[in-house]
Design a protein around this ligand. Structure first.
Ligand code: GLN
Length: 484
């Protein structure tokens, strides 16, 4: 039963061919069996999950079910889950029990889904490999010696190994799309403001956005519909209405104009990735789409701009972890300064400290204009470039990552090479646009992802393109050998 997609499971549940209790039991057994090897879960909640599954079965029996009723989901451990540990994969929050549910969690609960547990990630979502977690690295189900990508690596890993049909993730600079690409699953980062950030632990508030990780675009559409919508608890949440994302999945893509930015196909891109994207584009052309070359000339500035802005925002957001109100507190502080310094010094890992230091530096009085202000100005230019390009085309297609999954340990000691893993994803966050990553091939047994970027609130369009591609290919159906 574990191999089915969310949409297939939903159908089986409605027809009462399976029960939610059976399904949740299967997922929990698999999670327990495989978590030692993969380390994709920080917590599992078997008892509460089974209780919710029993309730879901009653709703289904009473004819009161929606498409997600009884469906097991796992949440990235960055989403607050009331009454349950919410660690953000940091020693700082290892003892933190969230007092309330994030809006995303609440909405998915209301839709009837069953939370199985919380997934492992890079500490405070800072990273591209899920190696900076306080709980140790997550492994890639396609090759356990390689990273699953990050920061939502545990979520992508769990869906890829078929431990859960759907997961939530967050994406500040690529953290949904990049691990989805490296694990061979589908990951959607919605338009900034589409999904509420309330209760989602903040990294960089002007960039963070929650979204689904699933096997297929159809499943992502079902999850997104449940997760989206205006939330008065989040001042940046958009009032725009939520589309019926499943209704337009089957629209033909004849006449679709696809923009191809030459800047995204430079030497850094591994040959097999280029070949897989080219093959995918050929299929889309055969289905009636046309390819138009576009220019995004300042793309190379997106990494430095992102690391200035994201670090600046994180240095401010993470100032709340002071050892006083919640989270880790050092033993026997001498005075208040000692309490702050040692609690933060002992509670945060190296990558988080590096970001806080960069952030406070770029925001300091002497350097603000040279770094932070400049970065904001370039951010606006990048955004305008995308807006202009999206006047000529319907969607933009790029690789999701320059390479397939890299070996564990290969980039942890070289932050710049780690940061370059996000070269194709960060500019989308800087612009606030929606984008999806879907599997389009393999190299040496490792998955390759393709990114489809849409216009603001154009999630329905990119889901449609992704779904049409998945109707004529089967990359998304491949399951890593040990987890079939
Ligand atoms: N890898 C990027 C970073 O380290 C993006 C992380 C994310 O999207 N949360 O900041």
């Amino acid at each position: 039963m574990h191999e089915f997609t969310l949409a297939e499971l939903s159908h089986l549940l409605q027809k009462r061919e399976i029960s939610s209790v059976e399904l949740v039991e299967t997922c929990l057994e698999r999670a327990e069996q495989f978590n030692d090897g993969l380390n994709c879960f920080i917590s599992l909640f078997p008892e509460p999950a089974l209780e919710r599954a029993r309730h879901a079965d009653e709703l289904i029996g009473g004819g009161k079910a929606g498409p997600l009723t009884g469906i097991p989901v796992v949440h990235k451990d960055i989403f607050c889950t009331g009454g349950f540990k919410t660690s953000c994969a940091s020693k700082m929050l290892d003892n933190f029990i969230a007092p309330y549910d994030a809006t995303v969690v609440d909405k998915l609960n209301m839709a009837g889904s069953v939370m199985l547990g919380k997934t492992n990630m890079d500490e405070f979502a800072m990273g591209s490999s899920s190696e900076t977690s306080f709980y140790g690295p997550v492994r890639n189900p396609w090759d356990a010696s390689r990273v699953p990508g990050g920061s939502s690596g545990g979520s992508a890993c769990a869906v890829s190994a078929r431990l859960a049909p759907a997961a939530t993730g967050t994406d500040t600079g690529g953290s949904i799309r990049q691990p989805a690409a490296l694990c061979g699953v589908t990951g959607l980062k919605p338009t900034y403001g589409r999904v509420s950030r309330y209760g989602m632990i903040a990294f960089a508030s002007s960039l963070d956005q929650g979204g689904p990780i699933t096997q297929t675009a159809e499943d992502a559409a079902l999850m997104l519909a449940a997760m989206s919508g205006f939330d008065e608890n989040d001042a940046t949440s958009a009032e725009a209405g939520v589309d019926n994302y499943t209704a337009t999945l089957n629209k033909e893509i004849k006449g679709l104009k696809i923009g191809l930015p030459a800047e995204y196909f430079s030497e850094q891109l591994e040959r097999p990735v280029t070949d897989a994207i080219t093959a995918a584009l050929n299929l889309l052309e055969e289905a009636g789409a046309s390819i138009i070359e576009i220019e995004l000339p300042n793309t190379e500035l997106s990494i430095p701009v992102y690391y200035v802005i994201a670090s600046a925002e994180c240095s401010s957001n993470l100032s709340r972890y002071d050892g006083v109100r919640f989270g880790y507190r050092c033993d026997n502080p001498k005075d208040i300064d000692d309490l702050f310094c040692r609690s933060r010094g002992e509670g945060f890992g190296d990558e988080v400290k590096r970001r806080i230091m960069i952030g406070t530096y770029v925001l300091s009085a002497g350097y603000y204009d040279a770094y932070y202000l400049k970065a904001q100005q370039i951010r606006r230019m990048l955004r305008d470039e995308f807006s202009n390009a999206l006047k000529q085309v319907d969607v933009i297609i790029t690789p999701t990552t320059p390479s397939t999954a890299f070996p564990l340990g290969a980039r942890v000691d070289d932050p710049v090479s780690m940061y370059l893993s996000d070269i194709y994803t960060v500019s989308v966050n800087l612009a606030g646009l929606p984008a999806i990553s879907i599997p389009v091939g393999f190299n040496d047994g490792l998955p390759i992802g393709m990114q489809v970027i849409g216009d603001y609130f154009g999630e329905a369009r990119i889901l449609n393109v992704a779904h049409q591609y998945q109707q004529i290919t089967d990359w998304h159906k491949r399951v890593p050998r040990d987890y079939q």
